[in-house]
Design a protein around this ligand. Sequence first.
Ligand code: AMP
Ligand code: ZN
Length: 476
Amino acid sequence: MLQFTNTLGHKLEQFVPIKEGEVRLYTCGPTVWNFPHIGNYRTFLFEDLLKRYLKYRGFSVIHVMNLTDVDDRIIKVCNEKGVELGEFTERYARAFFEDLNFLRVDLADNYPRATDYINEMVVIIQGLMRKGIAYRGEDGSIYYSISKFPRYGELSGIKPNELKVGARVRVDDYGKDSAEDFALWKAWDANDGKIFWETQLGKGRPGWHIECSAMSMKLLGEHFDMHTGGVDNIFPHHENEIAQSEGFAGKRFVNYWLHCEHLLVNETKMAKRLGNFVTVVDLRERGVDGATLRYFLLSGHYRYQLSFSDNSLEQASGSVRRINEFVSRLEDSLKSSKDEGSSLDSDTAMLVETARARYVSALDNDLDAPDALAVVFDLISEGNRMLDRGDLSRRSLEAFLEFMRKDFDSVFAVVSTLSDESLGELESRLLEERKAARRAKDWKTSDELRNRLLSLGVEVQDTHDGQKWRRVSKTR
Ligand code: AMP
Ligand code: ZN
């Protein structure tokens, strides 16, 4: 039975979609004002694991992830640097998609940008004003009156600060001690410079929280299955989203809320403002491959904090190597195996079947990745012993491979030798040139060649045994 811990109610709940066989999933995406750090990617990869597992369990998933391309921070930087909003955010949006590719993320069906949904936001705000839930302050901005929404605080367990009735918060992100009326629409002021929209609400720009209500309801409907983010999104962002969406539509917004705990460095949350962050590009430049980083970020249970260190990356690299060596051994043995048409021996059948059942029950239990990985490594140990003895039939080798490919790698996506195809002439040449560049420690050329190969649909990884590659979808 598939179960998740629902932040709304703090209970482990059986997952039942609204429409049989289909899951509508909204995940809060990056603010494109900077290169995301690997803490951000911990949350995005948890979402990737969730989605891939839902697909593995037979659901079709409709996945939307927004890009926040206007907020307080973006406006401030654009005005300081004197750059156009669109030009500024586009650069970081592109970098984000490169990272997703590097980390083997199964792309969402839609990546809407907040600035393309201003009209939808205006409609919701007008609806809230008509219902008397939103009001215009004397500064011309429009605020959400949290006292008009009795369930305010249900998600985060926070009690609105009764002492400050009518108090308002205008900034996008704030702490729990400011559970006050929050801005839906901010009237233009000189600090906004050239960044504003002329709408029926006046000249101004949206607050941060309204964008996710507008984009999720437009693209997934007013009531959908799942909404996720990092734990810091619970308050105020998701609490406010519920208030806006349910206040407007008058019905339940989302059934399951899932939140990923933080990635830490030296026991502190990794965060841009603390300066203790590492980006994907930083690690790429150090030669860390996508599968290793992906494995590390997925190896902890999403509801527990995870600590980043060089040592943790080395361990992840060792685990990925062990997995890939096992798959290569199976593939090589299969190629040289002569016993055509032999049957699956009952020991192997039982071993793989038991592993599969344990693997599924671990992931069914609130996506327990560490438990599922322990099952996989037990199977690898046993499989390696059997390979050492050389007593695996062709069908038995195939049974192991099927588990590693279909059950394990469709969800974790870290295996690098899945392709039986050979490389084309150009691809082989680029790979050889890259090998030479790396030998000469010419990292710039090596990176350029990696990107060139990626654009041709060949992802290269640097392992202890040299370059490995696999086919991926072509980048633009
Ligand atoms: P932002 O770009 O700031 O909107 O953040 C994007 C996502 O990353 C949000 O879902 C955050 O909750 C999440 N996030 C931010 N910092 C961390 C961290 N240190 N560990 C895990 N997730 C994080
Ligand atoms: Zn959001």
